[in-house]
Design a protein around this ligand. Structure first.
Ligand code: FES
Ligand code: FES
Length: 161
């Protein structure tokens, strides 16, 4: 059975026909073309599908698209401007916290959600926030460093505003 729903993604409203069993991940990737959100395990264990919904990092593979009506969804495509990376993305580049990049969108979104709520997280808070994410090739030390660098970049940016 299909249903027409309206999703707010990266500030834009999209009317889409979805099957009631379709996940947000399927709709983002296959109907809206937002393939920055990755499909990995599809059962909630790898974190590559993480998006931010109403300010919280959530797994798009575990949510039904129909549940997401009326909520504000942000994907990796929505955090940078045309000519500038988001400070979290820049920090990952500067710290070399990316190799194949497959996990990166999910980890960046998880980190952004953390820093939005906790601008100066300690190691334990970073570890806890990233506990549901998995990187098979960079290693999590560089990723931890990137989150700390992102915290510095964001605080410096706020000071200069
Ligand atoms: S694809 Fe969603 S957690 Fe792995
Ligand atoms: S950079 Fe390859 S899985 Fe994380």
């Amino acid at each position: 059975m299909k249903k027409i729903i309206t999703l707010e993604v990266n500030g834009d409203l999209h009317e889409v026909a979805v099957a009631v069993h379709q996940t947000l991940l399927e709709v983002l990737r296959d109907k809206l073309g937002l393939t920055g959100t990755k499909r990995g395990c599809a059962v909630g264990t790898c974190g590559v599908c993480t998006v931010i919904i109403d300010g919280k990092a959530m797994l798009a593979c575990l949510l039904l698209a129909v549940e997401c009506q009326g909520r504000s969804i942000t994907t990796i495509e929505g955090i940078s401007s045309a000519d500038e990376l988001h400070p979290v993305q820049q920090a990952f580049v500067d710290q070399g916290a990316i190799q194949c990049g497959f996990c990166t969108p999910g980890i960046v979104m998880t980190s952004k959600a953390l820093l939005d709520k906790t601008p100066r997280p300690d190691d334990e808070q970073i570890r806890e926030a990233l506990a549901g994410t998995f990187c098979r090739c960079t290693g999590h030390i560089k990723i931890m460093e990137a989150v700390k660098t992102a915290s510095q970049y964001e605080r410096a940016e706020k000071k200069s505003d």
